[in-house]
Write a protein that binds this ligand. Structure first.
Ligand SMILES: C[S@@+](CC[C@H](N)C(=O)[O-])C[C@H]1O[C@@H](n2cnc3c(N)ncnc32)[C@H](O)[C@@H]1O
Ligand SMILES: [Zn+2]
Length: 276
């Protein structure tokens, strides 16, 4: 609930602290934001929502696919990292439906879910009783207090290294999950999906190297036997959903074995803050 995390949040307009009062979130200077019926609040300012927000169809596909437990081993690894860090505040930048954050809250830890998609954040608000869910743009200043987060998750989502460094406690950990080379083979070749950029690892170093030191790297590989509806969901929830014609996709899926054996490959990197 928002009440669990409100002390860690800041007004997106003036950066003052926020408080909850009668269905609104408000700062001392009087900027106020309505809490939605579903329990989340939008702290977006201005009218432009980035075109990268997941659509309702993508969010529904993601919710179905994750609820089936296909990526549970990855959620388990993230939970272990948060427990090992003894985290009491975990934030997730680009949290989507809140699936990973909900699995990653150890003990009495609270979770801050940030995503620019209202459809996703509605679900994140319900994903765990100690999640506070915010509509916010990761490419803008985050509505989160300086040095307030123990572990910041960033799972297949946009990044903002300077803001990530600002909101993390000095001894905090940034956990970044990216698809690894070979992710979703053989679907990538068979269905003509976007493939993983081979330079991804170097690009992560370039993005984070100024403010963070890489502390660890782990590869997670999951073998899945996916039904055709599950294949459609995994394609529909990912970046290829923006580029794939539904008719062509359905035809490609029909030509696959049912179930089809698919490998999901991820890379988890952990980063600690450089002294600022
Ligand atoms: C591939 S999904 C990953 C979601 C979640 N981390 C997961 O793995 O289930 C990418 C997410 O980033 C969100 N997103 C895209 N652009 C964003 C931005 N500028 N600020 C915040 N979230 C953004 C999308 O709405 C989407 O939920
Ligand atoms: Zn304010």
């Amino acid at each position: 609930m928002l009440a669990d995390v409100i002390d860690h949040l800041t007004c997106p307009v003036c950066r003052e602290r926020l408080a909850l009062a009668e269905g609104t979130v408000r700062c001392e200077r009087g900027h106020s934001f309505d809490v939605a019926r579903q329990g989340y609040v939008s702290l977006l300012t201005g009218s432009a929502v980035p075109g990268t927000a997941d659509t309702p169809a993508m969010v529904a596909a993601r919710a179905d696919f994750l609820a089936a437990g296909h990526y549970a081993p990855l959620a388990g690894r993230l939970a272990r990292l948060c427990a090992d860090a003894d985290a009491s505040v975990v934030a997730d930048a680009g949290a989507g439906t809140g699936y990973y954050l909900a699995h990653a809250l150890p003990g009495r830890a609270v979770g801050i879910a940030l995503d620019v998609s209202r459809h996703a954040i509605k679900r994140a608000a319900r994903a765990h009783p100690r999640i506070g869910a915010l509509v916010a743009d990761v490419w803008r200043p985050l509505p989160v207090r300086d040095a307030s987060v123990d572990v910041l998750l960033n799972v297949f989502a946009p990044r903002n290294p300077s803001e990530f460094a600002r909101v993390l406690r000095p001894e905090g950990t940034l956990v970044v999950v990216t698809p690894a080379a070979g992710h979703l083979r053989p679907l990538v070749e068979r269905l003509g999906l976007l493939s993983v950029d081979e330079d991804k690892e170097r690009r992560l170093e370039d993005a984070f190297g100024d403010r963070f030191t890489k502390a660890g790297r782990e590869d997670v590989e999951i073998t899945l036997d996916l039904s055709h509806p599950a294949v459609e969901a995994v394609v529909g929830m990912g970046p290829s959903a923006w580029h794939t014609d539904p008719g062509t996709l359905a035809e490609g899926v029909r030509a696959l074995p049912d179930p089809v054996r698919v490998t999901a490959s991820f890379q988890i990197t952990t980063w600690t803050r450089k002294p600022s």
